[in-house]
Design a protein. Structure first.
Ligand code: PLP
Length: 360
């Protein structure tokens, strides 16, 4: 059986050279050789995440960094404002509560973005240390204007840290971390970064590190100050790093920078435009509020009443995997990812197959 092509929002296609990098022989993680690899990564990762501040890499999926974010940002007696516009915002709110943080949960209807006004209405009550916001809600295909939210928070609430989940958008969409004044942006390896699952990356501000020093019980594995201490002392990481995945990251960062960030973002945008055009031509509507469509995954409303599981099975038999709707949106929507390695030619190949199904 030839491998199937993944048009799902994670894990995504991984380039052969990146898969191959994982077969490099093992080295000791306290060796010179490993340190050389490890310290070559932050300068390149900072370029991709658009920050001159701090970056961290953990052997975890992105959800681990949702924990890191709230554990390091919210002091006892203070609150987190958790904006929930889909399944991953919901998870972050649950993660906040599970870590003992006082949480105010704000529900936004699925399909809508998180708007500055929604945030302002709640932050005005005071007592908040941080806001959690999902940039690209993979469950609804909605991309919020985090820049606009950040502008408001930086102006009116300078002490509130802005924590952003960019798991399914970082590297596929321009998110200027420093320019927007964000405090932590987290992402996973297996989405737009087009790596195997198992690593997570964070950009972190100086302000966030200062805050962490005021928070007791940050845990150990995801303690930012412990990671920072090892990093600056030249001691790499406190616990064993995922060496094979870091080898893959080494190759993928070079590939991303060789393509060029502008080109990479434009490629995602072109694939999105093709996907929108295909959906509209075939009588489907898009699920997100107009103007807030994700550039990495399109969530399509099943306005034609097609048998979504049958369509998914049809594509699968022809070597292509698309995504069903997430959770409560199952069969009512379906999702086509256009992130990571995928480009316009891949999308056209997929649409040829889906057209065959729809024309039957
Ligand atoms: C996939 C996803 C997550 C969860 O990431 P894991 O790497 O599976 O832990 C969180 N947020 C968003 C927006 C996602 O798309």
């Amino acid at each position: 059986m030839p491998p199937k092509k993944l048009f799902i929002p994670g894990p995504t296609e991984v380039a052969p050279a990146v898969l191959q990098a994982q077969t490099r022989p093992m080295v000791g993680h306290r060796s010179r050789e490993f340190a050389d690899l490890f310290y070559s990564i932050p300068p390149r990762l900072k370029q991709v995440l658009l920050t001159d501040q701090h970056v961290y890499i953990t052997a975890s999926s992105g959800t681990g960094l949702q924990e890191m974010a709230v554990r390091n940002a919210v002091r006892p007696g203070r609150k987190a404002l958790n904006m929930v516009a889909g399944a991953f915002g919901d998870r972050w709110q649950k993660v906040s509560v599970a870590n003992g943080k006082e949480s105010v949960r704000v529900e936004i209807p699925w399909g809508q973005p998180i708007r500055p006004q929604d945030v302002d209405d709640h932050l005005a009550a005071g007592g908040f240390d941080a806001i959690t916001i999902v940039h690209n809600e993979t469950s609804t295909g909605v991309m919020s204007d985090v820049g606009a939210v950040a502008r408001l928070v930086r102006e009116k609430y300078p002490d509130v840290l802005i924590l952003v989940d960019a798991v399914s958008s970082a590297s596929g969409v321009r998110i200027p971390f420093d320019d927007w004044g964000l405090d932590m942006m987290l992402t996973s390896s297996q989405k737009a970064f087009a790596l195997p699952p198992g690593l997570a990356f964070a950009a972190v501000s100086d302000r966030m590190l200062a805050r962490a020093a005021e928070v007791p019980h940050r845990g150990w594995y995801f303690d930012l100050l412990l990671l920072e201490k090892y990093l600056v002392a030249g001691k790499t990481t406190p616990a064993t790093p995922a060496i094979s995945l870091l080898n893959a990251l080494d190759v993928q960062l070079d590939r991303i920078l060789a393509e060029g960030l502008e080109n990479r973002w434009a490629r995602h945008q072109r694939s999105m435009a093709l996907t929108h055009a295909w959906a509209q031509k075939n009588g489907f509507e898009l699920f997100p509020a107009p103007g807030y469509e994700s550039r990495t995954v399109t969530c399509i409303r099943n306005t034609r009443g097609v048998d979504v599981p049958a369509m998914i099975a049809f594509a699968q038999e022809r070597g292509m995997i698309i995504g069903n709707g997430y959770g409560k949106l199952k069969n009512e929507t379906f999702r086509i990812a256009h992130m990571g390695e995928l480009g316009p030619a891949d999308m056209q190949a997929l649409f040829a197959v889906l057209n065959e199904f729809l024309d039957e």
